[in-house]
Design a protein around this ligand. Structure first.
Ligand code: FES
Length: 82
């Protein structure tokens, strides 16, 4: 059985696999929209490797973090535009 960690997404606690990125954890939980563009369009991960910047979320209060490059860790707080 895979090791798990607890993170909070928009204040809701969830248990996720310990060896995945924040983007993967969010997608596995059914979140496809991570933020909105300046015109209000829904945005989510495109490249999965740090080049498109479409997966930006707020992590532990720091906005603009690319979730595809951030491994999950115990107690992490993630905010998305849901
Ligand atoms: S999905 Fe493209 S930078 Fe994260």
């Amino acid at each position: 059985m895979a090791a798990m960690v607890s993170i909070r997404v928009n204040g809701v606690e969830m248990s996720v696999a310990a060896d995945v990125s924040v983007a993967a954890a969010l997608l596995n939980a059914g979140h496809t929209m991570f933020r909105r563009s300046v015109t209000g369009a829904a945005r989510g991960p495109v490249c999965g490797m740090g080049t498109c910047f479409e997966c930006r979320v707020t992590i532990d209060g720091e906005p603009g973090r690319r979730s595809c490059l951030e491994p999950v860790r115990e107690g992490m707080r993630v905010t998305i535009d849901a």
